[in-house]
Design a binder for this molecule. Structure first.
Ligand code: KPL
Length: 305
């Protein structure tokens, strides 16, 4: 079984490190000769740190345009980078192989399903916390769960069945779309406010004020329109729980803005606004929030999509 990883950020390297630690064959696919050279100049070394303990693995890397065939492709790029990253490599997936999509928001996963057909494309939602103090060194700061499933109701692949939860704590979801929609709604309710008010997750309720209740109600109607009534009912409690449980965290969108990176606004708020419009739903709070965020990003000189 040969694993290939697209995206050498913290999540991609976390997968590479955990798979290598369990003895799997894994390699990184690099998008530019410069990125490949930088990796090889560090002796292809990946340091995985957990609870203060560091382990080092040599992870071979190849240029995505010349990569050898592989059985499983883990796509760990940002949502907006998926199309460009997949284009040169998806044809090298072995027959019967699988693609695992780890992106935030929605939209990039469906794109991959279409592009990679008839290969099995799995969607995943990840709660592990990881960060990189320097290139090639990933700190597994918070162990989480990887919920994973096939939106086309295909079976759990054998390689995943055989992957011990001590390597990746995964659970199979039969309705992965509802999981991702619920996560999308939570991200719509938290992430934009953390950027607009430059605050940690814990301050969102106070900073957003009455807007937050109006927004959550609109997101509930969107979940119902999508056919996820149970997720809609749970949403208000879930948003409060996530705000409390991650009170000191910076949302992924705020981290992107602070690092001067493009955000995933299009795959979170943009996707939700388009879905609401398709259903003919009135979502004034959501639309206003989307516009405010676009304006804010433009003022910072960042892309608005
Ligand atoms: O998933 C998140 C994100 O930052 O994207 C939340 C749930 C808001 C936690 O920070």
């Amino acid at each position: 079984m040969q694993f290939a990883i697209l995206g050498a950020g913290s999540l991609g390297l976390l997968w590479a490190g955990r798979l290598a630690r369990a003895g799997h064959r894994v390699r990184l696919l690099m998008h530019t000769p410069e990125a490949l050279q930088r990796w090889q100049a560090r002796d292809s070394a990946l340091v995985l740190e957990q609870d203060g303990q560091q382990q080092m693995f040599r992870i071979p890397a190849q240029l995505n345009s010349v990569a050898d065939p592989f059985d499983c492709l883990i796509v760990a790029t940002k949502a907006y980078a998926v199309a460009e990253a997949l284009a040169p490599v998806y044809r090298r997936l072995a027959p019967g192989g699988s693609v695992v999509m780890l992106q935030n928001g929605l939209g990039s996963q469906q794109y991959a399903t279409q592009l990679c057909a008839p290969s099995q494309v799995l969607y995943a939602s990840v709660t592990d916390g990881a960060w990189m103090p320097r290139p090639g060194h990933v700190v597994w700061a918070g162990t989480g769960i990887t919920r994973i499933g096939d939106p086309s109701a295909g079976p759990c692949p054998a390689w995943l069945e055989e992957l011990p939860v001590s390597v990746v704590d995964w659970c199979w979801e039969t309705d992965m779309e509802s999981v991702l929609w619920q996560k999308l709604a939570i991200n719509c309710a938290i992430n934009p406010y953390t950027v607009l008010h430059d605050c940690a997750n814990g301050e969102v309720a106070e900073r957003a004020g009455a807007d937050l209740d109006a927004l959550v109600a609109e997101l509930q109607s969107l979940l119902v329109a999508q056919g996820f009534r149970g997720q809609a009912t749970e949403l208000p409690t879930l948003v409060s729980t996530v705000i409390q449980r991650t009170a000191l965290n910076s949302s992924s969108m705020r981290q992107d803005v602070q690092a001067g990176r493009r955000t995933e606004i299009e795959y979170i708020l943009g996707y939700a606004c388009r879905a609401a419009a398709r259903h003919g739903l009135e979502t004034p709070t959501l639309r206003t929030l989307h516009r405010r965020l676009e304006t804010h990003l433009a003022m910072l000189g960042l892309p608005t999509n």
